[in-house]
Design a protein. Structure first.
Lengths: 58, 992
């Protein structure tokens, strides 16, 4: 089975730091669009990850 | 402000007409392929996931659970970010085996029509609430826009005319653009482009609503932030969230929906076969959903600020009405309309295919011998199913009577389709799962879903025990439904696991499990079909498909694989069979395709050596998957390539044959030795190898004793080629493979011949020298005695006799002299004085000497040589050569014939042609003319040593001599002696 290692690493980090990230996102004093910034970060990481793939990697 | 019903209806018709136009233009390629084929179009078409739930229902979740509304998007995001987990394996399966729906995949994996039928029925049931959601969203939005709030909020019997018109329009669109390319394996460009366009419209409309409403109400986004800081109702949205368990369960539910929902599956796999597009979607779709989710909270806050009076799902329309803004209300309506229409169209197309392949076609409803082609019948069946399904959705919507919010309807649908997730995961990851486990798990999960979730919403099945039980699970209704869904999912998964362990899977199921598993690329066995060439497939398939469709399917498979219909290689026929099965699976579903191909094109029964790994196919697939291997697998692949290259580039020809005679390997040297390309023979049986190699390899294989043999092969050009063949057998247990090594030993053979020739010449030389010595002395004595006799007698008779004796002794002396000459030259012991020698002068001298013989035949010698031409040779020996050759030519020529000598310079050598007009030399004797004592002259006319002597002299002078005869092909006359000598030059010889 082929699962990208970088992706597993990010998933692991998110799992470990989930409580910190969660409380940071839902901090009442902050701007309402903060969760979307984190989401954008995930998109950038995914984009970066898929760039290294071969065109027909099935 | 409100719109009239006519205006609303016209808006619906105009919008859907624009959609028609986009699809039509894309289908006709009026929209550039750079747009329609762009990965962004595919990504946008996946935006179909966000139906009316994403434009309307989501406001309900956001209001009650704050940021937890993002779970709806994050489930999909997670599925696409982790595309390698499920999406890529499923895409791989769908692409190779042309599977177009979830039912196709599960029926293929578990090799059961019943699984396909059960999944289809369950999917139809699970999707009905989703249809009702879409129809209700559009109908209620239209009612609110027209000011008919009572109709939208009524909870009585809903015979909604507007909703019915909407459904009929959608049916027309789905029929027009969803069933056009029934037999085409390609993407339905019109549909994909139209759905992508809808996604854009949806996003743009929500953005417009957000920007305009925030601007009108708060001034700008800073104003919104300021209001939020001071307003408790707005702040409460940010503070509230679902409990941890409910949130995780909801995430799993939407995660499952991202692959199990029929419209997503259809867009992700049936309308796309490019993995590259899926990789783009892994970040593109999350980006799209991010943009789509941003306007939700600001719009909700504007609604709270304005205290709009509509249900929260219709906040955007409520804002438009409150602000008296046609732009906002219209944009909000278009957003919901586009989302709902896209979801219904794509879901219906997917469900229609599933119903056709798994419910209708297995009942054998198609008329094979009818005038109507199979494709036309399929098209009409599909259109009927589309109509029935959408009308069933409308019926479900009417039955619900608007008693449930859009969110609830969405949750019911997602909870239903989530029951397919265990089967799908088992498809990719668990080979042990079998059809009994799958069917039991699905039945258990769906039964719990029906009893606990679906039936209660219909209103007539409100069991008190169930209400009491679910009240213990969670505080909120969504929490309770999510918990019940998870119970159904858990029981489903447990049933699959337990029953799969308890019961055994069939052989076909095990093979399919290996194919579907992530770790097994596919099972590539080498089985033989009982057909001799591709064109026979038409006759085989005709009873099941009709002759016309069978021919069409064969042609399509042949085109895809770039074979012709005369193809007879077993490897090619196997690939053809697989391709036809995959194409039929796309057309009729995998279960029907499997049955038709299995019945009409069965494999031969397995015998020893007739099966095994299909190495040719295995190699192709491994080569294609090169970039995918990591770690040890990559190392093994590297090692495989290294050994393969070594084998390919060996200077010895290697041919590997399976037990049944199928050729598995034909390396580069084998190609150059035999002149037969590997592509022509790999995968074919030995019978397909052209002669004479077929008989050579066959003879080598059937030699009972000697594993090594030597054969002469005559090439097409007529040249002889010598090969050495070695036979070996595979030591693999049960393999039965045989290996043949072929070595080109032509050069070695030539060298051996030359050595043998030289040795023979040397032997003859030694013999000649001995004979000459032994005969010479007695002959001299006889000659002396004969001379004495001549002097000492006056009797004429005796003197005449003595002179005859002298003549005969002279003749014997000449023969002995030529033998001595030959022995000297042939043994290589002659002292050669090689130097520059004028060729023309040499020939002139030879012709002059020959012309002295007045008794000889009268011929004309023509010397066409360049007077300046100089060669490196011994002049005396060369003179001897020319005398011999010209003398032979004169003897062979007719009276007054012409003998021509000419030359040309080729590089550092001079090629001399000596042509006569004689009778020529028969082809079978050409090779023998240089052998000692071989002559065609009458006995006593020649010794047979002349040309042999010439040959030896030429070799000693580093020259060559060949014969070409006949010179004139028509009259079969004339001979050309071709001599080659090094080009010479006087150079400094004259410098003093």
């Amino acid at each position: 089975m082929y699962i990208n290692r970088a992706l597993l690493f990010i998933a692991g980090l998110l799992f470990i730091f989930y409580p910190t990230v969660d409380s940071w996102i839902l901090d009442g004093d902050t701007t309402w669009y903060r969760p979307f910034l984190l989401w954008l970060l995930v998109i950038v990481a995914t984009y970066w990850n898929q760039r290294s793939r071969l065109p027909d990697e099935l | 402000m409100s719109f009239s019903p006519e205006q609303t209806l016209i808006a619906i018709v105009i919008y859907l007409s624009i959609l028609f136009l986009v699809a039509y233009l894309a289908d006709r390629s009026s929209i550039s392929e750079r747009i329609t084929r762009h990965p962004a179009t595919y990504v946008l078409s996946l935006g179909v996931f966000a139906g009316a739930m994403g434009t309307n229902g989501i406001f309900n979740i956001a209001q009650r659970f704050g940021f937890s509304y993002l779970l709806y998007y994050l489930g999909v995001v997670l599925m696409f970010v982790l595309a390698t987990l499920l999406l890529l394996p499923i895409l791989r399966l769908c692409r190779i085996y042309r599977l177009a729906s979830l039912a196709d995949v599960l029926a293929f994996r578990f090799r059961s029509q019943w699984i396909g039928a059960a999944v289809t029925l369950a999917m139809c049931l699970a999707v009905m609430p989703l249809f009702a959601l879409q129809i209700q969203a559009v109908a209620d939005s239209a009612h609110f826009l027209t000011g008919d709030t009572a109709s939208a909020l009524s909870q009585g019997d809903r015979k909604d005319g507007l909703a019915l018109i909407f459904c009929i329009t959608i049916i027309a669109f789905a029929i027009l653009f969803g069933t056009r390319n029934v037999s085409s394996p390609n993407r339905n460009t019109g549909l994909v482009t139209a759905i992508a366009f809808e996604s854009l419209v949806k996003l743009a409309a929500l953005m417009v609503v957000m920007v305009v409403s925030v601007q009108q109400v708060f001034g700008d986004f800073a104003g919104l932030q300021a209001w939020l800081a001071s307003n408790s109702a707005g702040q409460q949205i940010l503070d509230s969230q679902l409990s941890g368990d409910s949130a995780r369960s909801l995430l799993l539910m939407f995660f499952a929906g991202a692959i199990c929902m029929p419209h997503i599956f259809h867009m992700a796999f049936a309308e796309n076969i490019e993995s590259q597009d899926l990789h783009v979607a892994s970040w593109g779709l999350p980006l799209y959903l991010l943009l789509l989710s941003i306007p939700i909270l600001p719009i909700l806050w504007v609604g709270i600020r304005l205290q709009q009076g509509l249900p929260v799902e219709y906040t955007a329309i409520g804002i438009g009405l409150a602000l008296d803004s046609r732009l906002i209300a219209g944009a909000a309506f278009v957003a919901g309309l586009s989302a709902a229409s896209a979801t219904i169209i794509v879901s219906t197309l997917a469900l229609a295919n599933m119903c056709l392949n798994h419910l209708v076609l297995p009942r054998r409803v198609l008329q094979i011998n009818s005038d109507q082609s199979l494709y036309a019948q399929l098209k009409w069946l599909r259109r009927s199913l589309i109509t029935v399904l959408i009308l069933a959705g409308y019926g479900f919507f009417s039955a619900l009577s608007g008693k449930h919010s859009l969110t609830h309807l969405g949750m019911i649908a997602f909870a239903g389709v989530m029951q397919f997730l265990p089967g799908l995961v088992a498809t990719a990851y668990w080979q042990r799962a079998n059809r009994i486990g799958m069917m039991s798990g699905l039945c258990v999960g769906l039964l719990i879903w029906c009893i606990a979730i679906l039936l209660p919403v219909l209103g007539e099945f409100q069991w008190a025990w169930l209400q009491g039980f679910s009240a213990h699970l969670a505080d909120t209704s969504i929490g309770r439904w999510v918990a019940l869904s998870m119970i159904a999912l858990g029981c489903n998964a447990a049933a699959i696991v337990v029953l799969s362990f308890v019961t055994q899977a069939g052989d076909d199921e095990r093979i399919a499990a290996e194919i579907c598993s992530m770790d097994e690329r596919s099972r590539m066995t080498r089985r033989t079909l009982n057909i001799s060439e591709a064109s026979e497939i038409v006759d085989r398939l005709a009873p099941a498909l009709g002759a016309k469709t069978a021919r069409s399917e064969l042609n399509r498979a042949l085109t895809q694989l770039q074979f012709d219909d005369k193809e007879s290689r077993p490897y090619a026929l196997r690939r053809l069979r697989n391709r036809i099965e995959a194409n039929l699976a796309a057309l009729l579903g995998p279960a029907v395709a499997f049955r038709i191909v299995g019945t009409q094109l069965p494999f031969e029964p397995e015998t020893e050596g007739s099966s095994g790994e299909d190495y040719a196919l295995l190699e192709r697939r491994l080569d294609r998957a090169q970039g995918q291997f990591t770690g040890l697998a990559a190392d093994l692949d590297g090692l495989r390539r290294h050994y393969r290259d070594t084998l390919q580039n060996l200077p010895v020809g290697v041919c590997s044959l399976a037990g049944d005679g199928e050729i598995l390997l034909w390396n580069t040297s084998m190609e150059s030795i035999t002149g037969i390309e590997a592509n022509r023979v790999i995968g074919s049986s030995l019978d397909a190898v052209p002669m004479p190699w077929r008989s050579i390899v066959f003879a080598c294989l059937n030699l009972q004793t000697e594993p090594v043999s030597k054969r002469e092969v005559v090439r097409e050009s007529g040249e002889s080629q010598w090969v050495s063949l070695h036979r070996a057998s595979s030591s693999t247990p049960g393999g039965g493979d045989r290996l043949i090594l072929v070595e080109d030993i032509t050069d070695l053979e030539r060298l051996q011949d030359e050595l043998l020739h030289s040795e023979r010449l040397a032997s003859i030389g030694r013999l000649a020298a001995g004979v000459a010595h032994e005969i010479g002395n007695p002959i001299t004595g006889i000659a002396c005695l004969a001379q004495n006799l001549d002097y000492e007698t006056n009797m004429d008779d005796i003197r005449e006799t003595s002179r005859d004796i002298l003549k005969q002794t002279e003749r014997v002396s000449r023969i002995v002299e030529s033998l001595v000459n030959f022995s000297h030259v042939g043994s290589g012991s002659g002292n050669l004085d090689i130097g520059p020698c004028n060729l023309a002068d040499c020939v002139d001298e030879a012709t002059h000497l020959l012309n002295l013989d007045s008794q000889a035949k009268s011929v004309q010698f023509v010397n066409n040589l360049d007077r300046e031409l100089v060669v490196e040779a011994d002049s005396q020996r060369l003179l001897q050569v020319f005398i011999n050759l010209l003398s032979n030519a004169r003897d062979a020529s007719p009276a007054r014939g012409t003998i021509t000598v000419s030359a040309l310079i080729t590089g550092a050598r001079v090629t001399i042609h000596l042509d006569d007009q004689g009778t020529g030399i028969p082809a079978e004797l050409v090779d023998k003319v240089f052998e000692p004592f071989f002559t065609t002259k009458e006995p006593g006319q020649g010794t047979g040593l002349g040309l042999s002597l010439v040959y030896s002299i030429m070799e000693d002078m580093h020259g060559t001599i060949h014969v070409s005869s006949p010179l004139d092909e028509v009259s079969a006359s004339g001979t050309r002696m071709i001599l080659s000598l090094p080009l010479g030059s006087y150079g400094d010889t004259f410098d003093v």
